[in-house]
Design a protein around this ligand. Structure first.
Ligand code: GLY
Length: 350
């Protein structure tokens, strides 16, 4: 359903087989975590092409996206006969595709790999775009390389086992993509019913979402310029996410992105005249589907401090991607502390 290396599968096993047939690897290594081993591996193993594959299992959770787990994967590949012509299949969410992509891209200077996205968030974000990496010394994705997967397979049927919160978390990145794209895409997203998921319709929305991400990445694969657009909602979003962890009330990534989008579209409205009616539609979507994390004015300094540590900043200014309207992206925007606090007031009062 997209013309790129990403396939939104109609028949997952057939599409997997077709790629393996074309690639003709001399060995196949399937990387899973504890969850995908249980819920997704049985389906993968229905492929006759995987009858001699070797399965590498890693512990799940972002706290395991580290050098120790990467060493385990390299060790396994090395001691089980992997060569330059072997294929790795990363079956999982963002943690598995980030770490597996990194391990594959560095083993023997790089072997082919496929991402089989098993979460909605992974499908519309981490699996595509070629960012791979691990966390290091407490910093997220500090070590990694840009190395696109040879193929990304998205099988919406995997998402049927996701709980409501994980679906909403992934959907927040789709909301972001629609805002970056066009009014028509935004309207389609607003119409989507998150309370009763129509998986056939979700397949189309995921295809649209992946397409916009791929168009952006194709123009700027190494995030020199346009790819920064994908950070919409993430300057405030990452601060909310870290804040929630510091309060021992962690929220899923997409929830933090949704709160970040509310703040950053408010900032877009104040600074670039982003239409109020679209801002209010986003606020309604957020209130109805994502709740809120409770913050008070005493937390503003901590949230501001977290934003100053954002990787995207240059010199002392906090960097934002904003919109002047739906689909009109304004990169490298800045805001004063006072303006940032005003956004937090807006969030608190919404
Ligand atoms: N997650 C944003 C990007 O891939 O650039």
């Amino acid at each position: 359903m997209t013309s790129s290396s990403t396939i939104i599968c109609e028949n997952f096993i057939a599409e997997l087989n077709e790629f393996i047939e074309y690639q003709k690897p001399d060995g196949i290594f399937v990387l899973v975590d504890e969850n995908t081993k249980k819920f997704c591996l049985p389906l993968l193993l229905q492929s006759e092409k995987l009858k001699n594959c070797q399965v590498i299992t890693i512990p799940s959770g972002d706290e395991n996206k580290n050098i120790h787990t990467a060493i385990e994967v390299w060790n396994y590949l090395s001691s089980h006969g992997a060569t330059r012509r072997s294929l790795m299949i990363n079956a999982g969410g963002g943690m598995v595709s980030d770490l597996g992509g990194f391990a594959a891209a560095t083993f023997k200077r790089g072997i082919s790999y496929i991402n089989v996205a098993t979460t909605l968030l992974g499908a519309v974000d981490a699996a595509t775009g070629g960012k791979t990496g691990i966390n290091f010394m407490g910093l997220k994705n500090e070590i990694g390389v840009f190395a696109p997967a040879d193929k990304v397979l998205i099988n919406v049927d995997f998402f049927r086992t996701l709980d409501d919160k994980n679906l909403r978390s992934g959907f927040a990145e789709m909301i972001k993509h629609s805002l970056l794209d066009s009014r028509e895409h935004w309207k389609n997203i607003l119409k989507f019913n998150l309370n009763t998921i129509d998986y056939e319709l979700l397949k189309h929305r995921v295809a649209e979402s992946v397409k916009i991400k791929e168009q952006i990445v194709e123009k700027d694969p190494k995030e020199q310029n346009l790819r920064k657009a994908l950070n919409l909602g993430h300057t405030f979003g990452h601060a909310f996410e870290s804040f929630s962890y510091s309060q021992h009330q962690p929220v899923l990534h997409g929830y933090a992105v949704m709160y970040g989008l509310v703040c950053e579209l408010y900032l877009s409205h104040v600074k670039l005249n982003f239409p109020k009616e679209d801002l209010l539609k986003l606020v309604t979507l957020a209130k109805e589907n994502y709740g809120k994390i409770s913050i008070c004015c005493d937390d503003y300094e901590q949230l501001y401090e977290l934003m100053t540590h954002d990787k995207k900043n240059v010199s002392d200014t906090i960097n934002f991607t904003l919109l002047s309207e739906v689909g009109k992206i304004e990169l490298n925007q800045t805001a004063t502390k006072k303006e940032i606090f005003e956004c937090l007031d807006f969030y608190q009062e919404m």
